[in-house]
Design a protein around this ligand. Sequence first.
Ligand code: GLU
Length: 282
Amino acid sequence: MSPPVFRFAPSPNGRLHLGHAFSALLNEKMARATEGRFLLRIEDIDTIRCTPALTSLMLADLGWLGLQWEEPVLRQSANLGDYHAAQQTLRDRGLLYPCFCSRQDIARAVGDEASRDPEGQPLYPGTCRHMTKEDRSQRLARGDPAAWRIDMSRALAELPAHLTFSEESSGSAVNEIARPEGWGDVVLVRKDIGTSYHVAVVIDDTRQGVTHVVRGRDLFHATSIHRLLQHLLRLPVPRYFHHALINDEAGRKLSKSLGSRSLSDLRQEGVSATDVRKALGF
Ligand code: GLU
């Protein structure tokens, strides 16, 4: 049988903090414990916020922590074509539509009483879903910038009664029901970067043969979108483990000793990698 595959997938859009270190160390530890592989992926599709300097700093921080990942490291910015191909498949199947709305347009359309997605953003009211074909083609031909949203009710019509994923955060595997409907017509192709985290993550977990996705609890709800995409694109489904965030329970004690400083700050202040590992319980 092939070994389990774990990955740590940070976005170099800022400095790494203790929460990142915890996630990376946990992935590495779980890979070791299962004689699995530990991979690193740089999630730098947002070429505006993710800079080469931040990527270098991130790699230096992870090396300093003593993490050992397999080479080569996958960089998402080098694989944009694959995300575009997946998006095209969804478009060809009539599951995406272009949306020309600005944030303000949406805020104006939904008012104060908007239903919200799991991240607290107002659900898209579907304005551009109702556009005529002619208007759509005309605006696209004119080069009006568009995001592409999933037509959630169409996508839901392609799903089995219950779409589930295995979640191991409670110590044993539990079958969670994916609830993509809670996100409404979520954006799968951002206007500014031409793709999205959701598309890139499912394509790359497949490409890297990831069997266990171990990441923070903040991404638990996004897993419903990932599960939906895996179903629509016929991709394999890894197991999930959404760990507690370091700024909840565990973090309180920790912030007393190490504070909320970035790993590079801690490093410069002379804190050792062993201190950081110890403080995080590794
Ligand atoms: N790149 C994401 C982040 O830094 C994590 C993605 C994932 O683990 O699925 O928050």
